[in-house]
Design a protein around this ligand. Structure first.
Ligand code: PMP
Length: 425
């Protein structure tokens, strides 16, 4: 592994960071487990892409079969892309029945922004601070998570209008009635803007980058109704939160009782195969004709679409959303119980199998325990458990395992964290 790491630094541009100072070399995966070249086994508690688990035989067979038959682009007419579009439209709220297939979350967000701009003929987008939406030029422009880019706030293009991060745990307005405060601030901000230039808003329905922080009740619906009243388009970025991970809901916006005009989805949808989608209304999709046509060489290819269909089949056959709910609820309870032993556990965020354990040095001020979070993650690796820190302060342990995780593996994650905290504190 050391030799390979040195080789990685030679030609694999080093801004492409890796987990851990001294990372294990991973050779294979199985369900929620990873195995390194020394035959050490880990519970992969960070992988929200491998929905169906690693190396699922149904996906392997679907990919192999489709590769052996045909892989080409979606200007050809074949079944898999049509069937996947039908399935996605069936999963979306009524009226959102037009599907664009792309290769990643960044592409889906980029396209969603362009759809909002084209459908309204306006340039400006509202986006929340502390969020991550992707790496392409447009999706990066609305990405302001300081953990990913410390200079993010200084370098936004002028079409981006940032709004406060609606964090009811550590933000400007806290507690159960925080939505009212954030929405009043938004009203004041909108009053000072030329809203005739507002194309729309993009929000994550739960703050993924913040470690799964739920939006305050009523916030998303409040933002959407304000933006719609101004003629703007409402985008829910479901790349991290959607697709069954929340257990209690298939889409994140359902948790907020809000309905978007555009949904972006990726990650879980392809279980690691490059696959993403934008789902929207016919009116918005057709307005894009003003931009000519839309085409992506590999987006919605037969192989990607066959894998996308297999993911949905496995999710249904193995009841993965239900598993996310049952195992997620007990995992959350186990993590919360650690809070009664360790004062550093300031909050447990999230829902289903997207959870965040926020480590603080002081529960009253909520001062972030950044350095401790990093040491905890390193120590968890030695315990056979892969967890990473997230958030602007990198003090939230994000726990978002494959949806196939068993209750036993979830208990292992809690006990490993318990051992590590006992040792380090
Ligand atoms: N949106 C959100 C909410 C994300 O979390 C991510 C990836 N972390 C993206 C978009 C970008 O997705 P991708 O990495 O597939 O380009």
């Amino acid at each position: 592994p050391e030799q390979l790491l040195a080789r990685r630094d030679t030609h694999f541009a080093t801004v492409q960071e890796h987990y851990y100072a001294d990372p294990p070399q991973i050779e294979r995966g199985w369900r929620e487990h990873l195995v390194d070249t020394r035959a050490q086994v880990y519970v992969d508690a960070v992988n929200n892409v491998a929905t169906t688990g690693h190396a699922h035989p149904t996906l392997t067979a679907a990919a192999a079969r489709q590769w052996s038959l045909l892989n080409t682009n979606s200007r050809f007419h074949y079944a898999a892309a049509v069937e996947l579009a039908e399935r996605l439209a069936g999963l979306a709220p009524g009226g959102l029945d037009q599907v664009f297939l792309v290769n990643s979350g960044s592409e889906a967000v980029d396209l969603a922004l362009r759809l909002a701009m084209t459908a309204t003929g306006r340039p400006r987008i509202l986006a929340a601070r502390e969020a991550y939406h992707g790496w392409t030029l447009a999706s990066d422009a609305i990405t302001t998570s300081l953990g990913d880019n410390p200079r993010a706030l200084e370098t936004r293009p002028d079409w981006v209008e940032l709004i406060d991060a609606p964090n009811a745990v550590r933000g400007t307005h806290r507690g159960p009635r925080a939505a009212g405060g954030y929405l009043a601030d938004l009203d004041a901000q909108l009053a000072g803007l030329d809203t005739s230039r507002l194309a729309g808003v993009i929000l994550e329905p739960i703050f993924g980058n913040g470690g799964g922080v739920l939006l305050p009740d009523g916030y998303l619906a409040g933002v959407f109704s304000r933006v719609r009243a101004l003629g703007g388009v409402c985008i829910s970025d479901e790349v991290q939160m959607g697709y069954g991970r929340l257990g209690h809901h298939f889409w994140g916006f359902e948790q907020q009782g809000a309905v978007p005009d555009v949904i972006t989805v990726a990650k879980a949808m392809g279980n690691g195969q490059p696959l993403g989608a934008v789902i929207t209304t016919r009116r918005i999709a057709e307005a894009f004709a003003a931009e000519g046509s839309f085409f992506s060489s590999a987006g919605g290819s037969p192989v990607s679409s066959a894998i996308g269909l297999a993911v949905l089949d496995v999710m249904a056959a193995e009841h993965l959303q239900e598993n996310a709910k049952a195992v997620g609820d007990s995992l959350r309870a186990g993590l919360e119980a650690l809070g009664s032993t360790y004062d550093v556990v300031g909050a447990v965020h999230g829902m289903g199998l997207y959870l965040g354990v926020e480590l603080v040095t002081d529960r009253a001020s909520f001062a972030p325990a950044t350095e401790l979070a990093e040491r905890v993650c390193e120590a968890l690796l030695d315990e056979g458990c892969i967890v990473q820190p997230t958030g602007d302060h990198k003090n939230v342990l994000k726990i978002k395992p494959p949806l196939v995780i068993t209750a036993e593996s979830a208990r292992f994650v809690v006990s490993a964290l318990d051992r590590v905290l006992a040792r380090l504190l």
